[in-house]
Structures are given as C-alpha cells and as structure tokens.
Design a protein around this ligand. Structure first.
Ligand code: ADP
Ligand code: NA
Length: 329
C-alpha cells in the first residue's frame, strides 16, 4: 500500500544503543527524507508514567530533551519532519478519552503487554490498561496510515485498527486503518554477548554515546566462532557475532575479503575487532559531534520541538474538531 503519512512514538530516553539506531532510527530518518512533514515523530512523555518503576518526575523533562537531541544528532531533521513532544499537544489525551468511552474493557485486559507488565506490579495504574488507547489516539489524530514500530507492537496496532474501524462504522468514515510497517531491511541487532537481541533490559548494548574505551572493552571480548580453538583454525563467519557487527558498519568489499580469509585459514579476530571498532566509530563519531553541538546550544533543540508542536497541533486540532462534531459534542 502507498505510504502517505507515518507516525511513530519515541520513548523519552537518551539511553539509546546501536540496536535502536540500526533497527529504528535509521528508518525514521529515511522515511523523513521521503515524506517530509508527513513523517511525524512524537516523544511520548505521557506514556512514561504508566510504568511506575521507570518514571521519575525529576528526570522526565531531561529524558525527553535527551531523546530529541539524540534523534536529531542521529540524522532526524526537525526542519523536514515533524518532531514534537506528546504533552505539548493536549489533543492526544482528549481524543484518548473519547476512544476510552468507545473501547470494550475486555479488549484492553487481553493485551499481552498489559498482562506481562501488570503481573510484575503490586499496584497497577489504570493508565497501564489505557496505554494502547492513548497510542491509538496518538496515531489516529494525524490520520496516519503507517506506523513503523517493533514487532512487539503488533497487538497494539491491531487494537488501533479496531478502534478506527469501530469509530468509522458508528460515526462515519474518519480514520484510515493504520498498518504496522516492519522494515525488512532493518537488522535485528544481536547483543555484544552474542545473544539474539541487543536490549537495555539485558544489558548487552553498545550505547550511541558510550565512552570509546568502554566500547572497545566490549568488542575485544565479543564471542568468536565458538567452534574455533586455535587462531590458525578456519572459522565460520556466520557463527561470529564480530562479523555480524562488521557487516553493519564496514564497506561490503572489506567484509567479503575478511570473511574469506577467516573461513580459509582463520585470521586473528583481534585484527577484525580492531577494524570493527574503527568502522563503527566512523558512524558514531559524527553523531557524537552533533550531539555535543546541540548540547552546547539547547535552545536549538527546544525551538525545534516548539515548532514541531505548532505543526502537529494544527493537524490534531482539525481532527479533534471533526471528532467532536461527529461524536455529538
Ligand atoms: P530496548 O529493547 O533496548 O528496550 P526499545 O524496546 O525501547 O529498546 O526499542 C526502541 C526501538 O528500537 C524499537 O523500534 C525496537 O524495535 C528497536 N530495537 C530495539 N532493540 C533492537 C535490536 N537489538 N535490533 C533492532 N532493533 C531494535
Ligand atoms: Na524493549
């Protein structure tokens, strides 16, 4: 289907790793290049307090700022796309309430993320149950047709489609049914420990802003092909997480030569790791430089967010006006 407008929510955190970068942020940037102001990215600060374990009132504003800064540093151009903060556009929460009144309670209690998260809490905030309704409002208030998110959001997206469908039937055609967009080219980045997925919660990440010495310590100890005993043994690059990472950052021809050498006579992976470090830093260094520049001039980030909120709000207001009228308000 033709993508006309994308919406994606960004968690308010500056604690981003190269899995987030290669799996999500690169894609946001590419969609932004293609769609301009029809690429809408929202830092979802109103979602944060639904997780009492991770929410801190003293840190929320700082984390929101960091998320904006790092996404801009990673290549998201706020002059091209719409980048804004959810709580700056109160229409989201108003639409969420309208949807709340129209959504069966049972549809929410069967959400697996709700069940998993609620099981770990002593006291479950009602906001945790309502989370996917607010998410549906975030998307639908822009009439976005496409939502680039991780596959862990499939069930929430299905609910958003149901909310749109139900609304359109009852109150007249208003919302497109938003499709999830899983980029087939986005890699699933493994952890530095060789586990299938790099993730904050596992602690096997390389942070976008992590100190170089600390990154090198992780790369130096990355697992090699486990079947290889001596350096002179041939290795299988398919089984080496080092080669996996190398393929994300190094030119394809270089990777190919190293793979052949490694498979033929086994070359020391320390050499390959040093190259990986070099090539990875070629990607990370400009991001850090831009981040530093923005940190020195925070007004550039804050102004961009203000401008983004103004643009987002113009769209959100128009949708909400239509909704209020159709709803009988
Ligand atoms: P984490 O798993 O570290 O908590 P999030 O769940 O906040 O990361 O993910 C934010 C975005 O980054 C999502 O779009 C998710 O699909 C993507 N992402 C997270 N980890 C990876 C990974 N290891 N490889 C590819 N994409 C990832
Ligand atoms: Na996650």
């Amino acid at each position: 289907a033709l993508v006309k407008r994308v919406f994606s929510g960004i968690q308010p955190t500056g604690d981003l790793h190269i899995g987030n970068y290669l799996g999500a942020m690169v894609n946001y940037v590419a969609l932004g290049e293609r769609l301009g102001r029809d690429a809408i990215y929202c830092i979802v600060d109103y979602h944060a307090p639904t997780n009492p374990a991770a929410y801190d009132k003293h840190l929320l504003a700082q984390r929101t700022f960091e998320a904006a800064l790092l996404n801009i540093a990673a290549g998201l151009d706020p002059d091209k796309v719409i980048l804004f903060v959810q709580s700056h556009v109160p229409e989201h929460t108003e639409l969420a309430w309208v949807f709340t009144t129209q959504t069966p309670y049972g549809d929410l209690t069967r959400m697996t993320q709700f069940k998993d998260k609620a099981a770990k809490l002593e006291s479950v905030p009602a906001g945790l149950l309502m989370y996917p309704v607010l998410m549906a409002a975030d998307i639908l208030i822009y009439k976005a047709d496409t939502v680039p998110v991780g596959d862990d959001q499939t069930q929430h997206l299905e609910l958003a489609r149901e909310i749109a469908r139900r609304w359109n039937l009852e109150y007249g055609e208003t919302f497109p049914e938003p499709q999830i967009y899983l980029n087939p080219n986005a890699p699933r980045v493994p952890g530095v420990d060789g586990k299938a997925k790099m993730s904050k919660s596992v602690g096997n990440t390389i942070g976008l802003l992590e100190d170089e010495a600390s990154i090198w310590a992780k790369i130096r100890t990355m697992p090699d092909d486990p079947a290889r005993i001596r350096l002179s043994d041939p290795g299988d690059p398919e089984r080496s997480v080092v080669f996996k990472f190398l393929s994300y950052f190094a030119p394809a021809e270089l990777v190919q030569v190293l793979r052949e050498e490694y498979a033929r006579r086994g070359i020391g992976t320390l050499v390959v790791k040093e190259l990986l470090m070099q090539e990875m830093m070629k990607t990370l260094r400009p991001i850090r430089q831009r981040a530093e520049g923005l940190r020195a001039e925070p007004a550039r980030v804050l102004d961009a967010l203000e401008d983004g909120a103004r643009r987002a709000r113009a769209i959100a207001r128009a949708t909400l006006e239509e909704v209020r009228e159709k709803f009988g308000l």
